[in-house]
Ligand binder design. Structure first.
Ligand code: NAP
Ligand code: F7E
Length: 334
């Protein structure tokens, strides 16, 4: 049985990846942070069914910046594969907390690479790189060879982690891959990222729970895919004969306005009656356009996205409407 360590297991991607690896028969270990509020809701269904704890999923408290804790965990479990998904992953927040973002997202990655370098075990490593590294894009569509031009402390931190991953692969012959993933979403997406913010607000407006949605730049264009599809690419990268870096994207780009159109139309609403612009959501430096070319992933990994843009927005809107309706019912409002 293969053993995998997932950092960021409580996040959107971590939860889908844990599902995938458990289904493939892996022993899965996750690093989780202590929090004053419950932060394992996305993986609760995997950790224990109502009656039995899952013996193939174990969680350990720790922080990626706590080098000693990370070393002890890796030494104890001797993983065959490490998926480094933990990060301060919010671009807007990274402008407010650049130092913290660098500590976790950049330096935290180096902590893991150092563990592998010193362990003597041929642990395979996946790094969650990001299309944000393309930033002020130097060519369109963006591919593995497109020069980076990061536009936020988050993107700069991801670039450090990306190049460290490449360097440790070349310098120490570590099987390390970097997945340059374009935006991917799902009903489990964090509620402050724009897609989920829109689908959740639309559902609440539909139910009469709120009336106004405040947003920032509606002209930004993103290549949005489904997280469930993207974690498959992560796993595929670590099953190849040789390590490499891969762009993972749909090859379609849409504006935030397009996402509003599909979501509100689907729920029978007109977003123009509800959306107001709040400049506080603008970023000091914006990424205007992202569009990925995932030819390498398609040809070498045999990977392809299954869920398209419209289906994704509708899936998220339906899930939020169902969740908000359940809350209303439990509170006796419907
Ligand atoms: P997410 O939902 O924000 O999850 C981030 C995870 O990292 C959470 O489990 C979080 O724990 C954990 N974490 C944060 N700081 C940590 C720390 N100091 N120590 C240990 N764990 C920490 O992000 P996601 O959307 O799943 O993305 C997964 C990874 O892919 C991230 O590295 C992200 O930057 C990258 N990425 C995402 C996208 C995308 O569109 N989703 C695209 C490209 C790259 P808590 O639950 O306790 O907060
Ligand atoms: O913003 C605009 C905003 O925060 C998308 C992370 O997973 O993907 C994500 O980063 C766009 C931006 O995602 C609001 O200005 C308008 O242009 O959903 P987002 P992101 O910044 O693209 C990349 C690939 C990652 O790696 C990151 O980890 O939407 N926008 N109004 C808004 N964005 C937010 N959050 N909130 C608004 O009100």
């Amino acid at each position: 049985m293969k053993t995998a360590l997932i950092t960021g297991i409580s996040g959107q991607d971590g939860s889908y990846l844990a599902e995938l690896l458990l289904a493939k028969g892996y022993q899965v270990h996750g690093l989780i942070r202590r929090s004053s509020t419950f932060n394992t809701s996305r993986i609760q269904h995997l950790y224990q069914d109502p009656h039995t704890p899952n013996p193939r999923l174990s969680l350990t408290y720790g922080d990626l910046t706590d080098e000693g804790a990370v070393i002890r965990l890796v030494e104890r479990i001797q993983p065959d594969e490490i998926y480094n998904l933990a990060a301060q992953s919010h671009v807007r927040v990274s402008f407010d907390s650049p130092g913290y973002t660098a500590d976790v997202t950049a330096r935290g990655t180096l902590n893991l690479l150092e563990c592998i370098r010193h362990s003597g075990k041929r642990t395979r490593f996946y790094q969650a790189s990001s299309s944000e590294m393309f930033g002020l894009v130097q060519e369109t569509p963006q591919r593995e060879t497109t020069p980076f031009y990061p536009r936020s402390p988050y993107a700069v931190s991801k670039m450090f982690a990306h190049w460290m991953t490449v360097n440790y692969r070349e310098a120490y012959d570590i099987f390390a891959c970097s997945g340059i993933l374009f935006n991917h979403e799902s009903p489990r997406r964090g509620e402050t990222f724009v897609t989920r913010k829109i689908t959740r607000a639309a559902a609440r407006i539909k139910l009469g729970l709120e009336d106004v949605l405040y947003l920032g730049n509606l002209d930004a264009r993103r290549d949005w895919g489904f997280a469930g599809d993207y974690v498959e690419a992560m796993w595929m990268m670590l099953q190849q004969d040789a390590p490499d870096d891969y762009v993972v994207a749909t090859g379609e780009t849409h504006t935030v306005r397009d996402f509003l159109d599909v979501t509100f139309d689907h729920l029978g609403l007109d977003w123009r009656k509800h959306v107001k612009i709040d400049p506080r959501y603008f970023r000091p430096t914006e990424v205007d356009l992202l569009l990925g070319d995932s030819t390498r992933a398609r040809e070498k990994l045999g990977w392809a996205p299954r869920v398209r843009f419209q289906e994704l927005a509708k899936m998220m809107a339906d899930a939020d409407l169902a969740a908000e309706s359940r809350i209303c019912k439990s509170e006796g409002r419907i």
